[in-house]
Write a protein that binds this ligand. Structure first.
Ligand SMILES: C[S@@+](CC[C@H](N)C(=O)[O-])C[C@H]1O[C@@H](n2cnc3c(N)ncnc32)[C@H](O)[C@@H]1O
Length: 284
């Protein structure tokens, strides 16, 4: 890499290096990382391609490139991820929110015509992305986000404060719904659901950087559903709805767990790839 980079050279060199490493989106990654180093939106880089980087900016670019070459996701390097039109700060304790999870948010928001001020419970809240996305588009709603990781609870509360939701969202540590006494109109969860046998096959971006507790669903991927479903039955209002994110091929086994736990399946919601990504259930 040259000593005095221009923005254009830095983007070209990083793109070539990432391409040689077989990263999926080398040019996009290079643009975002160089933009982050020089504090410019990626869309403005081309117009400033001849600007020479300061030594400090060059150092940042080298550091970001080395981290990306170790498979750290761009979102973790820049420290945030866009979800439902908002930016969520990430920490080592939080899952990097996935676009597929927006399927769950959209499914919940189908209920928006309901009157009143619904109470929402988000179990395994991570960054708080599901609860806060629901609150963004359902102004009368308020809720609680629960996570077993104290660091995730702190991160979610900080996201809520930065995004202006502190008056409608509370975050607390807990084991699924244990210890809660309130009943909720909507309970939502994206629990860890990757089977132990499938974990090693995931991309290093996932296995090295997402918290294990956010990924691992035990031997068959269903451990969290077995614990969570019985814990939520008494916390759901009589006309309430439960929304669970699921992994590929989990619709049938999770539906059986819902039935055994006193729920009836009301709907299946598919993600943009056509995969059933969310189950909606009501008390049986
Ligand atoms: C797949 S991540 C989902 C995070 C976030 N809701 C999202 O969709 O991006 C699962 C979350 O469940 C949390 N978790 C794991 N076991 C838990 C438990 N027993 N009780 C509460 N939360 C738990 C993890 O810490 C993690 O934040």
């Amino acid at each position: 890499m040259t000593e005095k980079w221009t923005i254009g050279h830095a983007v070209s060199e990083l793109t070539a290096a990432f391409d040689a490493d077989g990263l999926d989106t080398p040019r996009l990654d290079a643009r975002i990382l160089v933009g982050h180093a020089v504090k410019l939106e990626p869309s403005l880089l081309f117009a400033r391609a001849d600007r020479v980087l300061t030594d400090e900016e060059s150092g940042l670019v080298r550091d970001f490139a080395a981290r990306r070459q170790q498979h750290e996701p761009v979102s973790r390097i820049v420290g945030h991820r866009g979800f439902w039109g908002m930016d969520f700060a990430l920490t080592p304790d939080t899952l990097d929110p996935r676009a597929d999870t927006e399927t769950v948010v959209a499914a919940v928001l189908n209920l928006r015509t309901a009157t009143g001020a619904p109470r929402i419970l988000d179990l395994g809240t991570g960054t708080g992305c599901i609860l806060l996305a629901i609150l963004k588009d359902w102004p009368r709603a308020s809720g609680i986000g629960v996570d077993i990781k104290p660091g995730a609870v702190t991160a979610a509360a900080e996201n809520a404060a930065r995004l202006g939701f502190s008056s409608r969202a509370v975050f607390q540590r807990g084991n699924w719904a244990d210890g809660l006494s309130e009943t909720f109109d909507v309970i939502v969860s994206n629990p860890p659901y990757i089977a132990a046998t499938e974990l090693p096959a995931l991309a290093p971006e996932v296995t090295r950087f997402d918290p294990k507790l956010a990924l691992s669903g035990g031997a068959d991927g269903l451990t969290a559903y077995r614990a969570l479903i019985p814990s939520v039955r008494r916390r759901l209002a009589p006309k309430g709805r439960l929304f669970l994110e699921i992994g590929i091929r989990q619709a049938d086994p999770v539906t059986r767990l819902l039935t055994a736990g006193g729920f009836s399946l009301r709907a299946e919601h598919r993600d943009l790839g056509g995969v059933v990504r969310c189950l909606e259930a009501i008390p049986a």
